[in-house]
Design a protein around this ligand. Structure first.
Ligand code: X2X
Length: 336
């Protein structure tokens, strides 16, 4: 909360205090939509979402009214994804990793150690690789806005011991999002990954159902995982982002001029959200250390080598197919 306020100059209360609501009563709107998120109120995605909502209301003179449902209020990730497909939720930032459950290639940016830095990430995701992924999601009835929001590079946390070498992952019970790619990554190390929605992750850690989890620092902080995890190993094992998805049929029904206002403001929210998350992920180490976490930075080459030798890259090259893999490798170095 302090971090969010300091970084953004906004408090969680500001998310709720929306002057536009008073000016334009919801029942007067022509288009009423739900914007859902899987993040606690303090996460920048909610702050940028609410700004987007207010701007759209202003700029359409109240014709479009959107209500924000943060913090998994409408269900866990996989349930909200179904609600978007059914047309009940109009806007939802969700990780491509989880969309992998319905569009297999949607998780392709999560290939282990594919991206070396943010320049490579944005070149790929804003370029031909991201365009290809969005087209594939379209054929599953999803409209995906062009600019992916940031989640960040993922790091491993543990309750009992730091992860220093690949051998430390042997038998390690780790919570991962509900999707096959991350499961297979940790299985390559002989670990025991379990797919659990983020909504249930804290209690899985607290009850000892799992030993650890993996997420960017902004998630570890906002979900208070530091209360139930001691060690944070900086592995940067994958980069993850939130695609802002919508229901394709509902989107196509929206008049062009309204679409234009929504798109322009979504792009702006994405730009701002990327800056917020990058600042958080780069600046939170000190804060998490103060809260009791112990950081280490393992040597990464041995971790890559295990993936190489176990056939992880070869498997996913085959599953994602040559077009997808070729577009990914256009931006990264050769992976398989
Ligand atoms: O569920 C997670 O770990 C999260 C929040 O990072 C995703 O949305 C993939």
């Amino acid at each position: 909360m302090n971090i969010t306020r300091r970084t953004l100059g906004l408090s969680a209360a500001a998310v709720l205090a929306t002057p536009a609501i008073l000016k334009y009563p919801a029942d007067a709107a022509e288009f009423n939509y739900k914007f859902a998120t899987n993040q606690p109120l303090t996460h920048p995605s909610n702050i940028r979402a609410q700004e987007f909502i207010d701007r759209v209301r202003e700029q359409t003179n109240g014709r479009i009214a959107i209500q924000l449902f943060p913090n998994n209020q409408l269900g866990a990730d996989t349930e909200m994804l179904s609600q978007v497909r059914a047309g009940a939720i109009m806007f939802f930032p969700i990780s491509g990793l989880i969309i992998q459950m319905i569009v297999p290639v949607a998780g392709a940016n999560g290939v282990g150690f594919a991206f070396k830095d943010y320049n490579t990430v944005w070149a790929a995701m804003d370029g031909d690789f991201g365009k290809y992924l969005r087209e594939q999601m379209r054929s599953a009835g999803l409209y995906v806005f062009p600019k992916i929001w940031d989640n960040g590079f993922r790091q491993i946390t543990a309750a009992a011991k730091p992860i220093v070498t690949p051998a430390d992952l042997k038998g390690f019970k780790i919570r991962v999002p509900v999707m096959p790619l991350t499961v297979s990554l940790f299985e390559a190390y002989g670990g025991a990954p379990t797919g659990i929605n983020i909504k249930e992750a804290y209690s899985a850690l607290q009850t000892g159902l799992v030993d650890g989890q993996e997420n960017p620092l902004s998630i570890i902080y906002n979900w208070k995982f530091y209360e139930v995890q001691k060690y944070l190993s900086v592995t940067n094992h994958m980069w993850d982002g939130f695609w802002l998805i919508s229901n394709l049929r509902a989107w196509d029904k929206l008049p062009k001029d309204m679409q234009e206002v929504v798109s322009r403001n979504i792009d702006r929210a994405a730009d701002d959200q990327r800056v917020d998350i990058r600042k958080l992920n780069e600046g939170l180490q000190g804060q998490l250390e103060k809260l009791g976490m112990i950081f280490n930075t393992p040597e990464i080459a041995p971790f890559r080598e295990v993936l190489q030798k176990s056939g992880f890259y070869a498997r996913w090259q085959k599953e994602f197919g040559p077009e997808c893999w070729g577009l990914l490798e256009k931006y990264t170095s050769k992976l398989a």
